[in-house]
Design a protein around this ligand. Structure first.
Ligand code: HEM
Ligand code: HEM
Length: 192
């Protein structure tokens, strides 16, 4: 499989980044939703630290992914896709990119405004994005939480659309984001 995206499918770099980031976001969200109610303890601190380190990893991977996307382009829309569906897909994807950046950045901001230090897997320190400020912390916390629920709705709609294409429209939308052959591929008669 190509590293770079072609007109018909996503290459392995885009595919790997898509699924790795999706998996990380699910893990981070599960940790985030559960960690807030933990009783104060050293364990709570390490669970928070894990949430933050994984979230910063997503930030770095999304920046990498966006750069790769600019360099490698994207496959064209599947032939026959109505224009309104192309527009909805493009807008959803743009919103997903925005939220994949906004979630870690609002987390980093909230952490900074709360006056907490920030490390990436105990390997190095990151600078604060803002000075200690309780008002800003509340705003950033609100954005982090609301952003998550918007992200969840969009991801469910996005995954639902991909599965709908796969199961009911029997097209290659999902296959071209997976290391699978196109449906047409095997049965296309050889040219002569
Ligand atoms: C893709 C990245 C991220 C996702 C999806 C995510 C998701 C979440 C979720 C679902 C919660 C629970 C919200 C609640 O119920 O109050 C949460 C809380 C939190 N997140 Fe994140 N997060 C991400 C990245 C980060 C990063 C990078 C940081 C810090 C550097 C961070 C810091 C926090 C903190 C401090 C809380 C607790 C807020 C509180 O105590 O109410 N998050 N996050
Ligand atoms: C946290 C979860 C997810 C996020 C943030 C996410 C985000 C994205 C984004 C931003 C794109 C557009 C890529 C680009 O234009 O560069 C995309 C494409 C795609 N995603 Fe997801 N995704 C997630 C989960 C899923 C799941 C669970 C499925 C399948 C069930 C899925 C299926 C697809 C497919 C098939 C494409 C390619 C669409 C096309 O070629 O037009 N995604 N995803």
């Amino acid at each position: 499989m190509n590293a770079k995206n072609t007109a018909d499918r996503w290459g392995w770099v885009s595919q790997s980044l898509h699924w790795l980031i999706a998996l990380l976001i699910v893990v981070i969200a599960i940790i985030g939703l559960n960690m807030v109610d933990l009783p104060n303890s050293p364990r709570k601190i390490s669970v928070y630290a894990l949430h933050k380190s994984l979230g910063l990893t997503v930030l770095a991977l999304v920046v990498l992914r966006a750069a790769w996307r600019l360099y490698a382009g994207a496959p064209r829309h599947l032939p026959g896709t109505p224009t309104w569906q192309q527009r909805v897909a493009t807008m959803t994807h743009a919103a997903l990119y925005a939220l994949m950046l906004a979630m870690p950045l609002s987390g980093w901001l909230l952490n900074s405004a709360a006056g907490y230090p920030l490390q990436w897997f105990k390997l190095f320190n990151l600078p604060a994005l803002a000075a200690h400020d309780e008002g800003l912390r509340e705003v950033a916390e609100g954005l982090h939480e609301a952003g998550f629920w918007v992200l969840l709705v969009l991801v469910l709609a996005h995954a639902g659309a991909a599965l709908f294409h796969h199961l009911f429209q029997h097209d290659d939308t999902l296959r071209r984001m997976l290391p699978m052959r196109a449906r047409g591929g095997a049965s296309t008669p050889p040219e002569n």
